[in-house]
Design a protein around this ligand. Structure first.
Ligand SMILES: Cc1cc2nc3c(=O)[nH]c(=O)nc-3n(C[C@H](O)[C@H](O)[C@H](O)COP(=O)(O)OP(=O)(O)OC[C@H]3O[C@@H](n4cnc5c(N)ncnc54)[C@H](O)[C@@H]3O)c2cc1C
Length: 561
């Protein structure tokens, strides 16, 4: 059990600030006063509430409740306190229960008004925003308000669901059916066969059997239907650093923005154990922490998030309305916008080993997050790759694993990895680097790897080692399949051409199709770095304004949708 103190103990005063009377008067214009009788619910786990509630009179008790029937009081709010966490910023279902203790009067600030308040009242907005974030961190620590996963630790589907919730900053609890009495009781209550595990119990009471990420997201209220009649100023495909940066700048400059991502916010950067070369973070920052800040910041500026929602196609140009952008989603929905920013990045490359797929999920990993590190604690692991992401993962895993074998195809790590990482790896006693080495086979059964075979050089002997976890960091290819047939030109490797590289000599970052822009790793010739992706996200907004201004001058463009 963890001995580190809870955030509720260490940052209580920042989590639960009390507003002064004059501050409440200043924010009255953003809300509406409502009265509640003794015992009335101000919020219920799993239900979308009316917004942030500032208590004017009376007391409100906040209770953490889970699907196993446990209730734990968190705090009791009195006059001047405000009730809410990040869910209230985006109008998502509550993660806690709140009840009036005695008659209560509260100022209710709806999500759109809360965003307006955070921007208009900078100093007060900062205190409120910090409290909302810290409260979510507190809920993440305990798993309160999130779904309960019942399944064996290390099972591929359990890891998939845990990874999805963790990447989306959503609390969860996982119960092992072999050791946990409550898990056993749930399995009996719902007559679950061991083969049907994992099951997920959602806060609304629904039971899902080994759900897809999308089913789970819908059940916990992470995704909502998109209004098919609305035309956004900008649709952004991808919520990695490039897409989130474009969203923050476009949203802060008053454009209506929808961001779609098929997995989670943060993209590849969200999977980085520690980003050490991003300006302003001299001690480094985890990719997830950096991206969560950007995600919350974008929502503060009113950006709408559709995560997870996969874009499967961009409709070809229409002769009658040439500048209309229509995206097709995997759930058959359509999204319309005046401009499109492609920020769909790249995906990890896989090894060409025939039975690789059988071990993906439980034993073959493409990220090195705390989840994977915990699985490998005290064991030998192998990692294939020679780039910076491989180097970071080796350094991170070496902290937990008994030994890390780093297998690289080339002669010298320094040819593809930053000097500081090469030096750091050299200084780690439990890392062994094997150059000119390739994986030749995987052995195991039921998704669990038992051994890895590799060979050094073309004629070297094949070595077999009993290793249960293999990490692959062997580069990426662009996520551009969805652009086929859309009229957006790609280079020979499938990356999107922009600006002077297109035959039409478009604006900087604009693709061969007018009004469609590309930024970040998906763009041909881009620098594959977080800072470069963020820079292009900022830059594209200036180009968008130039495009919209040209459209204003040309009525044919304005009447195109
Ligand atoms: C493990 C790791 C560590 C790294 N460490 C560093 C580092 O320390 N420093 C550094 O500068 N760089 C680092 N990088 C590189 C950096 O993360 C990338 O350059 C950066 O994330 C690119 O940002 P992006 O927004 O262009 O694309 P991505 O981060 O790839 O994001 C693209 C997003 O688009 C979504 N998407 C794709 N297709 C669709 C679709 N059809 N519909 C909806 N959504 C879609 C994806 O789910 C993804 O979230 C690292 C990369 C990895 C993998």
């Amino acid at each position: 059990m963890s001995t580190s103190p809870s955030i509720i103990d260490t940052r209580r005063h920042q989590m639960f600030p009390v507003l002064e009377t004059f501050e409440i008067e200043r924010v009255r214009r953003f809300g509406k006063v409502r009265s509640y009788d003794d015992g009335a619910a101000l919020a219920k786990v799993g239900e979308v509430g009316p917004g942030l509630s500032i208590i004017l009179a009376g007391q409100v008790e906040i209770v953490r409740r889970d699907e196993l029937g446990h209730s734990t009081p968190i705090v009791t709010y009195g006059p001047g306190s405000f009730m809410g966490e990040l869910a209230q910023l985006a109008g998502r279902p509550a993660l806690i229960d709140a009840h009036a203790r005695g008659p209560v009067q509260a100022l209710i600030v709806a999500p759109d008004q809360l965003r307006a308040l955070l921007i208009a009242e900078a100093e007060l907005g900062e205190r409120i925003m910090r409290a909302l974030i810290l409260r979510r961190v507190g809920l993440l620590e305990t798993g309160a308000g999130g779904p309960v996963i019942v399944g064996r630790p290390g099972n591929g589907d359990v890891l998939r669901l845990e990874g999805f919730l963790r990447r989306n900053g959503h609390p969860r609890q996982t119960l092992d059916p072999d050791t946990d009495a409550e898990a056993k009781a749930l399995i009996e209550r719902f007559h679950i066969d061991p083969g049907q595990l994992p099951i997920v119990l959602c806060p609304g009471g629904q039971l899902l059997r080994n759900p897809s990420e999308r089913e789970l997201a819908r059940c916990i209220g992470l995704v909502r239907p998109i209004d098919p009649t609305r035309i956004y100023d900008v649709a952004i495909v991808g919520a990695g650093p490039a897409g989130l940066a474009a969203a923050v700048y476009a949203g802060s400059e008053g454009l209506s923005v929808l961001v779609l991502d098929c997995r989670a916010f943060g993209g590849q950067a969200g999977a980085s154990a520690r980003i050490e070369n991003y300006l302003g973070f001299p001690t480094g920052i985890t990719g997830m922490a950096l991206m969560a800040r950007a995600y919350n910041q974008a929502q503060k500026f009113g950006v709408e998030m559709a995560v997870p929602d996969e874009v499967t196609g961009l409709e070809a140009e229409d002769d009658l309305a040439p500048r209309r952008i229509v995206l097709r989603l995997s759930n058959n929905a359509r999204v319309s916008a005046r401009a499109l920013v492609i920020a769909s990045g790249a995906r990890y490359r896989r090894l060409s080993i025939p039975n690789l797929e059988a071990f993906e999920g439980a034993s073959v990993h493409y990220w090195a997050s705390p989840l994977e590190a915990k699985l490998c604690a005290g064991q030998e692991v192998a990692l294939v790759g020679a780039g910076n992401s491989a180097g970071q993962a080796v350094v991170y895993l070496a902290n937990q694993a008994a030994k890390v074998w780093l297998l690289a195809r080339g002669d010298d790590l320094a040819a593809s990895m930053s000097r500081y990482l090469v030096d750091r790896i050299r200084g780690l006693p439990n890392v062994e680097v094997l150059t000119r080495t390739g994986v030749t086979g995987l052995e195991g059964h039921d998704g669990a790897l038992a051994a890895i075979r590799w060979r050094r050089g073309a004629s070297g002997e094949e070595v077999r080692r009993p290793i249960q976890h293999l990490f692959l960091f062997i580069g990426a290819e662009p996520n551009t399949d969805w652009l086929l047939g859309s009229g957006v030109a790609l280079d020979a490797k499938g990356f999107v051409l922009t600006g002077g590289d297109t035959t039409d000599k478009r604006r900087p970052l604009e693709t061969s199709r007018e009004g469609v822009f590309a930024i970040g790793d998906v763009r041909s010739g881009s620098i594959k770095r977080v800072a470069a992706a963020v820079g292009e996200g900022a830059q594209v907004v200036a180009t968008l304004h130039a495009y919209f201004a040209a459209a204003e001058r040309n009525p044919a463009i304005l009447t195109s949708h």
